[in-house]
Design a protein around this ligand. Structure first.
Ligand SMILES: Cc1cc2nc3c(=O)[nH]c(=O)nc-3n(C[C@H](O)[C@H](O)[C@H](O)COP(=O)(O)OP(=O)(O)OC[C@H]3O[C@@H](n4cnc5c(N)ncnc54)[C@H](O)[C@@H]3O)c2cc1C
Length: 458
């Protein structure tokens, strides 16, 4: 049984929770204030005398703020551990999505306001002004192209469009945003009135871009490679865990010293001919301190369907750990862990760590059929060693399809776990199950900060 060793390395959370969010907020505000100050010194103090001036001011400020937010957009996805500590990967994805749409609106406002403002100043029509921009302003065509690319990427990220694309297609299209940012960079520095003859502003923006580029290179490229160099991860074996579930065991040098917490996930990249270009997130189904890392999965699409064919010895690049679905989130002395289907994977090590720590742990494991139950032996062992009670909530298939006992309606849940309101609740499973359970717990009066969820998509 992949054990969870006591005293194994746990990553220090330097920016956890609200304190971390406050620090990030302070850094964000300080830089925004600096940008606005540089704008004020550069052109803001000129004052507004005409309608055209007002539009040009709006155009400049929206460009500066929009570009600043683009840099944050990149930082949010740079896989920086302290941002993950503060917001969690799910929170970062939500921020990234909202920020992305705000950027589009700001940059569109910039384009519209500046075109009309300059047209009014020059006495031109809009088309004539656009022609003038293209003829006489360096970097404007690439900047327009950049805006078109960003709008296309944002459009494809809207849920209706996104659902029609595979994740990988959407992801690779998303990478065009980097091209857009590079295209827009020259435009800012050569045309932006706040940069022309303002070496301090130019230096400041170069510094901002350099910090973001360094963070991306370090956290997304160098760090995983350095970790690979240290641990030399390899696929050790692939084992059937249940009817549809398999576990991948990854071993390497000093794996037991890898700092992560039970319940967290890594991004896994298998370096063989067909998979090296994609990294996928999987929660660890083993705990820290074990001789190998293990994750457990079932076939959902192309990548997961191919995992049973992984060859022993395949090198693996591991990025992470990420996620806040951990021991630290539990504030009570009792916990209820609910896993649905393959969502049981992070529940398995979490149950052990909590129980070792003296927390009174109950587990509800919902699955469709007896043969889908994974980790049965390991849960039995937790039961006998730590008194962790595990209930298997199995729905059986009838002639009319799936017959689900409605386990998570209020009355049934309270019957199953009479002291549920004394527990912190951790939920990982299909969206429908999570939604229903959260709804029930809230209806029972449980505070949101005692309900901890992990979703298997971003
Ligand atoms: C935090 C987290 C933890 C996870 N833990 C587990 C686990 O322990 N066991 C398990 O079986 N599954 C887990 N998943 C889900 C797993 O990552 C996807 O099922 C897998 O990536 C699907 O890839 P595919 O090509 O087989 O299927 P596809 O058909 O390509 O994808 C199915 C869905 O999976 C998601 N997905 C696909 N690729 C990625 C990616 N690179 N990054 C993020 N999401 C992606 C998308 O929502 C997509 O719609 C986890 C997901 C997340 C976000």
């Amino acid at each position: 049984m992949p054990a969870v060793e006591q005293g194994s390395a746990v990553p220090a959370r330097r920016f956890a929770g609200q304190a971390g969010r406050d620090i990030v907020g302070a850094v964000f505000n300080a830089n925004l204030a600096a940008i606005l100050l540089l704008w004020w010194v550069g052109s803001g103090h000129d004052g507004v005398k005409t309608g055209a001036d007002a539009l040009n001011v709006i155009g400049r400020v929206t460009a500066l703020i929009g570009t600043y937010l683009v840099l944050w957009e990149l930082l949010l996805m740079a896989r920086i551990p302290w941002l993950d500590d503060a917001f969690g990967m799910e929170g970062l994805v939500v921020l990234h999505r909202r920020n992305g749409f705000l950027i589009i609106w700001l940059l569109l406002a910039h384009g519209v306001a500046q075109t009309i403002g300059y047209a009014m100043d020059n006495g031109y029509g809009i088309l004539q002004q656009l022609g003038d921009f293209i003829d006489h302003y360096d970097g404007l065509v690439p900047a327009i192209a950049a805006l078109v690319v960003l709008i296309a990427v944002a459009g494809l990220s809207m849920s209706a469009a996104r659902q029609r694309l595979s994740y990988q297609t959407w992801y690779f299209i998303h990478l065009y945003s980097y091209l857009a940012i590079a295209l827009a960079f020259a435009h800012e520095l050569t045309v932006g009135i706040d940069f022309i003859r303002a070496p301090l502003s130019v230096a400041y923006w170069w510094a901002l871009y350099a910090v973001v580029a360094a963070a991306l290179l370090y956290y997304r490229v160098a760090r995983p490679l350095l970790r690979y160099d240290r641990h030399r991860f390899r696929v050790e074996r692939v084992e059937r865990e249940a009817h549809e579930a398999i576990s991948i065991y990854v071993s390497g040098r000093d794996v037991a010293t890898m700092p992560f917490e039970a319940g967290q996930f890594f991004l896994w990249r298998f370096l063989d001919g067909t998979r090296w270009f994609e990294a996928h997130p999987f929660s660890l189904s083993s705990g820290p301190g074990a001789r190998h890392l293990r994750f457990t999965t079932k076939s959902i699409g192309d990548f997961t369907a191919g995992l049973p064919q992984l060859r022993r010895g395949t090198p693996v690049i591991v990025e992470g750990p990420f996620g806040l679905f951990t021991r630290e989130a539990c504030r009570s002395t009792k916990a209820l862990l609910v896993g649905g289907g393959i969502g049981i994977a992070p529940i398995r090590p979490l149950a052990e760590v909590l129980a070792r720590d003296g927390v009174d742990v109950r587990v509800l494991y919902r699955c469709r059929r007896q043969r889908d139950i994974a980790f049965r032996g390991e849960f039995d062992s937790l039961e006998s060693r730590f008194g962790v009670r595990v209930d298997y909530l199995v729905s059986n298939r009838g002639p009319q399809g799936w017959i689900h006992a409605d386990w998570f309606q209020q009355a049934n849940l309270v019957r199953l776990v009479p002291d549920v309101m004394e527990r912190d609740v951790f939920i990982c499973g299909p969206h429908g199950m999570t939604r229903q359970l959260v709804h029930t717990l809230r209806a029972l009066g449980m505070a949101p900060d005692r309900i901890h969820t992990e979703a298997f998509d971003f």
